[in-house]
Write a protein that binds this ligand. Sequence first.
Ligand code: SF4
Length: 733
Amino acid sequence: MKPLADFMEPLLRAWTGPLTSELVQTPGKFGLGRVPERLKPDATVHSVCGYCSTGCSLKVHLRDGEAINLSTNADYPVNIGMACPKGWEALTPLTAPDRGVTPLVRDKGRTQPVDWEAALRVFVSRVRDVQTRHGKESVAFLSTGQIATEEMAFLGVLAKFGMGMLHGDGNTRQCMATAVTAYKQSFGFDAPPFTYQDFEESDVLVFVGSNLCIAHPIMWQRVLRNRNNPEIIVIDPRRTETAMNSTQHVALRPKTDLTLLYGLANLLIRMGAVKREFVDVSTTGFDAFAEFVAGYTPEKVSETTGLEIAQLEKVAGIIATGKRVSFWWTMGVNQGHEATRTAQAIINIALMTSNIGRPGTGANSVTGQCNAMGSRLFSNTTGLLGGHDFLNPEHRAKVAGVLGIDEALVPTQNSLAYDQIVAGIESGRIKALWIIATNTAHSWIHQNSFRELRKKLEFLVVQDMFYSTETAEMADLYLPAAAWGEKDGTFINSERRIGRIRQVSKAPGIALSDFRIFRLIADAWGCGEMFKEWTSPEAVFRVMQKISVGQPCDFSGIEGYEMLEREGGMQWPLPPGAKPEKQRRLFEDGKFYHPDQKAKFLFESPRPIAEETCANYPFVLLTGRGTSSQWHTQTRTGKSDVLRKLYPKECYVEMHPEDAAKLAIGENRRVIVRSRRGKLTATAFLTATVSRGQVFIPMHYATTNQLTYADFDPYSRQPSYKYCAVSIERADG
Ligand code: SF4
């Protein structure tokens, strides 16, 4: 099979191809290209960063109509003039040599560049053919937390209501599904309650499985602005950068966090820290919870977690005496085998101590991708648009009514989750897959299994800004997409703030925004009429606003894109008549979204991990973010000379010096790390940031997920990337 690069490099050097549709943009010169006519040639444009969920605002500067550089926005309430290395380098990937400039079709093993008309013919004919032979549900899509909310909504409506697909999920399943499930069950809606100002107003901050310092560096800067000399408790097996800057590092054994949290709840009850009035008025299930955690004595918790009883009591005491305690969690919790209950154990502690709905408090999930929160509300994958429910007939009727479509087009059942779609390929239930802006062949847990499964697919479409990702290289049809900076729309950040992204550059060649690609496909499929009012991202924003009416996320009071730019983004909810404010948190009135307006205490006994260590695989492998200069599978950050200088080029493994000494492994020696599923070669970094018996490998390297074990939280179906058994040996024998 000839690599796509063989075709793309000559095209990049000399594209002069014809246009095939009115919707196709004029191909500009390569490089950043000229910005849209409506922007002044020397304008400065404010746009939310396209990497992480912090949602920093960047000022992109144009000269003679070209984006030349960027600076940070001191007036934006999120980053107040700061940006991390990824943000400063946000324009660099746009000019990378492996940008897709034209669709590519693979035929009998050969890949050919084609125009959009030909690409659309292939897309429609092949997808229809699979649906005709195997049923409409045999085609699924995998989407992303990286495209604009308006594009997510377009894809979700097109695929499910227009093309008859039932199954579609996003890469947000890999990072945020746990938080969604935990909030929905506990609060009655997927509703992270906080605002970033809470980082600065707490007197105690508790981070669980969160290396904020590296993964969300600007949020960490907000912590450093806290003037209350706060206690910072970090619950993490690794001595991460955040743990090094804590006042109390709770270095528990991996995946014993649920036991620890139940033990802390028990100690808090014993210490009299329960705020009974709040618990009685605003929650249900506390008494059963108290009875349950009574069995989690300090002795039992100490034995399971490996922590000293004195430290357990100290941490509980800090929480008990804190006036404004905030709890923050991210992937260390979400990517676990009992993740939902662990997140809810955090929520339970916040509820029982009444640390919610007040400044500096909250049970707060920090999101991963720039628009994971948009995906949670509007991807139309496992939840119906606008936080609605496919299983609820009233919700289906409402959404169909707003969209002006036949209610019968709205599925009455939920989609399979990501792992179930992958399993569906294995079983033959899923025969064709459309992947948008995600790199499954790199990021999916136990990646070798996905690569093998590709052979079972009759048709694979990949829509991405790069033709060179591990996943795009496998495609039968590649659709070149515009990147962040080359299109308009909105993102929603971790604190529920809806912010604008702006086009400051033209996509290369005949690459198109995902929005335009979806429009072309809708027309080619024959369901373009369904989208006759979806003429621009802002028009779709209006549709989304109507769908949000009556929901906890109601943002129909936003006057439009202009207001988002004027006000520095707006946090939902903002129903009509509500006063726009720079910082908004939820549950200030002690009312939640369940019908009885009460939050629920939810809990169950910890369950064993799927793959324990043994004599052959004696080390626990932890994975996570390596540096703040790396983003996920590095398709973008890997393009920057500046960022590449800030992290090791080759895959590395952190291991404890005493473990290394036993295996005669010296600093920087090459080692082989092996699991039951695969092996990789890495450089040994000897460091006590990991405890004995544990090793750490960053997730960004292409081989990392050859090792991981495909286990999933039973409620959120989120993969458990944080624990599997491996062995280590010297590469030179
Ligand atoms: Fe962008 Fe996140 Fe860095 Fe802010 S912290 S500049 S949003 S990557």
